[in-house]
Design a protein around this ligand. Structure first.
Ligand code: FAD
Ligand code: SF4
Length: 431
C-alpha cells in the first residue's frame, strides 16, 4: 500500500533497507530503462553492474562486432553466422540438405480440409487467479479479454507447450507458415514467443528440440529450418539491430507517414473482413501469428500511412509477447519501412490478391477481392497503387519495385485517376 509508484523509488528503498551500494541488473529489454539505470549511477544512487541476458544467444556487444565493417546487415548473413557459431543443422561445415534457407518451400496456401491440433491450454493456478482478479479490478476498461486465460505461467507448463509443438505442429509448421484461416488463430505456429521473451524457455533448448526432431526423422527439413531461422535468425537479429540503432531507430519515419491509427484497431468493428478477423482474434488472445501481423494489420497501416509511433504503441500494448526490442524493429522496419530499408529490402505492401491467396478471409467479406475500383472493390487493391503513387519519390528507384511502377504507369490515365479517387474517398471516411 505504501509503494512509491516508480521503479526508482522502490530500488532506492530496497538499497536503503539492506544498506547496499551496488545495483546488479540484467541487460534490460528497453533502451529507456538502461538509460535510467545509467542516470541513477551518475546521480550517485549506486554503482551499476549490467549482466548479459541469457534469453539471447548474441548480446549487443557480439552483434556490434559482427556488424563492424559490413556494408549490409541482412538477416540471412547473420543467420548463417549463428548456425555456424552454435553448430545448428550442419553436416560437417555445410547446411543440412545443401541449402541454408528453405523459405521458398514454406508458402503453401491454407489447406481447409485438415484438422489443426488445438493449442496447449493451461488452467490458471491460485496465484494466476489472484493476478487476474487484480487486473480485472484495476484495468477493466482496457481493451482485450481476460477470460479465458490459458497461457503457461510456470517453467514446467512452458516446457509442455514446447513438447506439444514439436510433437504435433512442427511437422506442418513450414508448409503453412504463411497461411491464414478464419477461426484458426493458432495455425501450426509454436506459440512460444511469450515464454522465450519472459525467460520461461531458452532459445537454444527450442532450437535443439526442433533439430532433434529432424535428426530422428519426425519432422521435415523445410519446417525445422524455418522454425530455427525464426529463433536463431530473426529473433536474435532484431535484438541486435535494436541495440545497435537505438535511440535514433525509434524516431525514424522515412515515408513521412502521419495518419492517425484508425479507431477500429481497438475494437475490430470494420467491414474489411481480414482486419475484423485478425483484430478480433488479437483482442481475444493477445496473439496473432506473423503473417497476420505483417500482411494484415501491418500492411493496411503501411498502405494508409499510419504515423510510426502510433502503430508501435498499438503493437506494444496489444500483444502478450510485446517488448520494445522486438516490437520496434518489426513495426518500424519490417512493416512501415520507416527506417528507409535498413531491415527490409522493400516495403511489404500488398493488395487483396496476396491476402486472397494466403487466406480464406475474402469469401466472407462485403468487398470483392477481384474488383479493383468502385464501391465493391477490395480497398487493399486501390490503396496499394495509391501508396506507390504517393511515395514515388522515395520508392521508385528501389529495384524490387520497378515492375510495380511499370505496371502502374502502363495503366490508362482514367483508370489511374479512378484508383486515386477511390483511395482518397476511402481514406476520407476512414475514421
Ligand atoms: P512462430 O511462428 O512459431 O516462430 C517461432 C519463434 O520465432 C517465435 O516464438 C519468436 O520468438 C521468433 N520469431 C518469429 N518471427 C520473428 C520476428 N519477426 N522477430 C523476432 N522473433 C521472431 N514477436 C515478439 O516476440 N514480440 C513482438 O512484440 C512482436 N511484434 C511483431 C510486430 C510485427 C508488426 C511483426 C510483423 C512481427 C512481430 N513479432 C513479434 C514477430 C512474430 O510475429 C512473433 O514472434 C510470432 O508471431 C510469435 O508467435 P509464435 O511464437 O507462434 O511464432
Ligand atoms: Fe480483406 Fe479485401 Fe479480402 Fe475483404 S476482399 S477480406 S478487405 S483482402
Amino acid at each position: 500500500p505504501d509503494n512509491g509508484g516508480s521503479l526508482r523509488s522502490e530500488v532506492e528503498r530496497a538499497l536503503a533497507r539492506h544498506g547496499l551500494r551496488q545495483l546488479v541488473v540484467t541487460q534490460p529489454g528497453e533502451y529507456r530503462l538502461l538509460q535510467a539505470f545509467e542516470r541513477w549511477q551518475a546521480e550517485g544512487l549506486a554503482t551499476l553492474d549490467v549482466r548479459p541476458d541469457s534469453r539471447f544467444l548474441c548480446g549487443p556487444g557480439e552483434f556490434a562486432s559482427w556488424a563492424e565493417g559490413r556494408k549490409n546487415l541482412r538477416m540471412e548473413y547473420f543467420y548463417r553466422h549463428m548456425r555456424r557459431r552454435y553448430s545448428v543443422l550442419l553436416d560437417g561445415d555445410q547446411p543440412c540438405g545443401g541449402q541454408w534457407n528453405y523459405d521458398a518451400d514454406n508458402r503453401k496456401p491454407p489447406a481447409l480440409h485438415s484438422a489443426i491440433p488445438s493449442p496447449y491450454r493451461c488452467r490458471p493456478d491460485a496465484i494466476t487467479e489472484e493476478v487476474l482478479a487484480l487486473v480485472q479490478s484495476r484495468f477493466s476498461e482496457h481493451p482485450g479479454d481476460l477470460q479465458p486465460f490459458e497461457f503457461a505461467t510456470t517453467r514446467t507448463q512452458a516446457l509442455a507447450v514446447l513438447k506439444q509443438f514439436i510433437e504435433q505442429r512442427l511437422g506442418k509448421f513450414g508448409d503453412f507458415q504463411d497461411a491464414m484461416i478464419e477461426g484458426e488463430p493458432w495455425m501450426y505456429h509454436s506459440h512460444l514467443s511469450f515464454y522465450l521473451n519472459c525467460g520461461l524457455l531458452l532459445p537454444l533448448e527450442c532450437v535443439r528440440a526442433a533439430e532433434r526432431a529432424y535428426r530422428e526423422g519426425s519432422a521435415p527439413l523445410n519446417g525445422v529450418e524455418g522454425f530455427i531461422r525464426q529463433i536463431l535468425g530473426w529473433r536474435e537479429y532484431v535484438y541486435g539491430i535494436y541495440w545497435h540503432l537505438m535511440p535514433a531507430y525509434a524516431e525514424q519515419n522515412y515515408l513521412a507517414a502521419k495518419r492517425d491509427l484508425p479507431g477500429f484497431y481497438w475494437h475490430g468493428r470494420t467491414e474489411l473482413n481480414c482486419l475484423r478477423q485478425v483484430i478480433s482474434e488479437t483482442l481475444a488472445n493477445a496473439y496473432a501469428h506473423h503473417i497476420q501481423r505483417l500482411m494484415i494489420v501491418g500492411n493496411f497501416a503501411l498502405l494508409i500511412g499510419v504515423e510510426p509511433k502510433q502503430l508501435n504503441q498499438w503493437f506494444l500494448q496489444i500483444y502478450a509477447d510485446a517488448y520494445e526490442w522486438v516490437e520496434l524493429p518489426n513495426v518500424s522496419g519490417m512493416v512501415l519501412y520507416a527506417d528507409g530499408g535498413y531491415l527490409a529490402s522493400k516495403p511489404y505492401a500488398a493488395g487483396g490478391a496476396y491476402i486472397n491467396k494466403m487466406s480464406n478471409y475474402c469469401k466472407n467479406c462485403r468487398y470483392q477481392v477481384s474488383k479493383k475500383t468502385g464501391p465493391q472493390a477490395c480497398p487493399f487493391n486501390y490503396l496499394y497503387w495509391h501508396f506507390l503513387a504517393s511515395n514515388r519519390d522515395k520508392l521508385q528507384n528501389n529495384p524490387r519495385l520497378g515492375l510495380a511502377y511499370k505496371s502502374y504507369d502502363r495503366m490508362a490515365a482514367d483508370k489511374r485517376e479512378t484508383i486515386q479517387n477511390d483511395a482518397e474517398a476511402f481514406l476520407a471516411n476512414l475514421q
